[in-house]
Design a protein around this ligand. Structure first.
Ligand code: PLP
Length: 373
């Protein structure tokens, strides 16, 4: 089996599973209970939370536990929109966002908010001049991903944050789901920051929203008192402790893994030169973990099924996108509908071996022949 879909989900590390099991066995109480067992569980939860805030350089933030990045994005965007609606109803975002951001923004648009999309340049970087043009007195939220999930483009978060300083009524949300644990991230001038551990060898079913302590949100889940007013429900201590472990290991190995994956990515890009009909969409601003290509005119689901016969697994777009539709990020970058309808996303990991890449390329060459000649 050759798995090249690490941007969709990563396998959990044994160390992370061990922490999950150990914490589940050791702490049986609800961290919100006031008896001594509850107090012990709460102390362990606080320990994990504080350690994660420290690792991310986020001492001025509250970490809100969620069920995953989708919920974090929903909470950030709807939470700001509702809480600060008296300051304005204008939102700026990009065409590169994950469906959990653009779907939420579309939901708000239907509810009467105005949404503008900032252009990206030919290298896939948001156009800061266009940003300045779009800003209005009633802009209450800017939401930009740190790295997008399809092309892997990195955005100038610090520069956008600096721009936003001139707009005190506007909050800045960053979806860093494809960045945390893989590249260094900065929280400079960021108000809300999404991530989820299943993208860095942690467990599924949990996520986080970092929220500047001074920022308020209207919760999206109501009822029940919890450790935060922003997200009800019993805090899941074993998931929090497992997230802490995954983050700690990912940060420890980040430089080493980046260098290794970068070398694999260069090999892959080089090999793509053998296939003249392929267009590489990932740019020099993309992270090495994602290589997005297009095969214009090819029926991509059939191409992927052919690879699956040999147990080779990759995606056409983000796993959350509707099939047989254009890739919004690729269309925004290329303005080419055919390219945007025929994307393949190869996503790499430090677990990917050179041998796996060789086998993949051999099989890929056969499929390419079959589907393009
Ligand atoms: N944001 C980005 C950039 C993603 O890549 C993903 C998942 O692919 C999500 C949000 C949603 O994550 P989750 O599956 O944890 O809800």
């Amino acid at each position: 089996m050759i798995y090249l879909d690490y941007a969709a989900n990563t396998p959990v590390r044994e160390e992370v599973l061990a922490v999950f099991l150990e914490t589940s066995r050791q702490y049986i109480a609800n961290p919100n209970s006031s008896h001594p067992l509850g107090v012990l569980a709460k102390a362990r939860l606080d320990e994990s939370t504080q350690h994660m805030l420290k690792m991310l350089g986020a001492s001025e933030y509250e970490l809100v536990y969620t069920s995953g990045a989708t919920e974090s994005n929903n909470l950030a965007i709807k939470g700001i929109a509702e809480k600060y609606k008296n300051n304005g109803k204008h939102i700026i975002t990009t065409y590169l966002e994950h469906s959990s951001v653009n779907g939420t923004v579309a939901f708000l648009q239907n509810a009467g908010y105005e949404v503008d999309y900032v252009e990206i340049n030919k290298d896939g970087v948001v156009d800061l001049d266009h940003f300045k043009e779009l800003f209005r007195k009633d802009t209450i939220l800017v939401s930009v991903c740190c790295v997008d999930s399809e092309i892997g483009l990195c955005q100038p978060i610090e520069q956008i944050g600096t721009l936003l300083k001139g707009y005190p009524n506007c909050f800045f949300h960053v979806d860093a789901t494809q960045a945390v644990g893989k590249i260094p991230v900065s929280l400079e001038n960021v108000d809300l920051f999404t991530f989820a551990p299943h993208k860095f060898y942690g467990l599924n079913g949990c996520g986080a929203l970092l929220k500047k302590t001074s920022v308020m949100l209207e919760p999206i889940i109501h009822g029940g008192i919890s450790s935060t007013p922003y997200r009800s429900g019993t805090p899941v201590l074993p998931l929090a402790a497992a997230m802490e472990e995954a983050l700690s290991l990912a940060i420890r190995d980040m430089d080493k893994n980046y260098i290794y994956v970068n070398a694999l990515n260069l090999k892959l890009r080089d090999a793509m030169k053998n296939f003249p009909k392929i267009r590489i969409n990932s740019t020099k601003n993309s992270v090495p973990f994602i290589l997005n290509i297009s095969l214009p005119g090819v029926k991509i689901p059939a191409f992927l099924h052919e690879l699956e016969k040999d147990e080779i697994y990759l995606s056409s777009k983000s796993a959350c996108c509707a099939p047989n539709t254009v890739s919004r990020p690729v269309y925004a970058l290329t303005k080419d509908r055919k390219a945007a309808l025929s994307t393949l996303r190869i996503s790499l990991s430090h677990l990917t071996t050179e041998k796996e890449l060789e086998i993949f390329l051999d099989r890929f060459a056969e499929c390419y022949k079959k589907f393009t000649l």
